[in-house]
Design a protein around this ligand. Structure first.
Ligand code: DQA
Length: 144
């Protein structure tokens, strides 16, 4: 089975970006973690990052043909994007939302995520471990 892993804006700066909040791992590290976890679980993992909302929407639409499930960290678009929510609704694939930080412990504007209403699970506050756990949960769902 195929999982599309999508990362939103500014996640390309992981490792140098507010490390006290987001940790020391770089996006490459997260990609390696997802690749090795995918391998263990027998999943093929397509890992991407974009700083553009429209590109994210197009990738989600295309997932209809190329993926069985989606792991998404929409980053700041979580809190603003009805377009990403609608794209996820349109494709109807099982999706897990992941945030590195615990968004509920942070500024009030981060407490609401549009994506959470369509995701069947949300993981936040576990850093990069959240990506590994989300892949494990998706593997279990896809194989059941
Ligand atoms: C984030 C949390 C968001 O509020 C923020 O805009 C991000 C990253 C996280 O992974 O903790 O860019 O999604």
């Amino acid at each position: 089975k195929r999982v599309l892993v999508l990362n939103g804006p500014n996640l390309n700066l992981l490792g140098t970006r507010e490390p006290g909040i987001y940790g020391a791992a770089t996006l490459k590290d997260v990609e390696h973690l997802c690749a090795s976890t995918g391998k263990e679980l027998g999943l093929s993992v397509d890992f991407r990052q974009t700083n553009y909302e429209g590109e994210m929407v197009t990738w989600i639409q295309d997932a209809r043909k190329t993926a069985d499930a989606i792991l998404i960290n929409p980053a700041a678009y979580s809190h603003t994007s009805v377009a990403i929510l609608d794209a996820l609704k349109a494709v109807g694939l099982p999706a897990i939302e992941v945030h590195l930080s615990n968004i509920h412990q942070r500024e009030p504007f981060r407490h609401h995520s549009y994506v959470s209403s369509v995701a069947y699970a949300v993981i936040c506050g576990l850093g990069v471990t959240g990506y590994r756990l989300a892949l494990e949960a998706l593997a279990e769902k896809l194989n059941s």
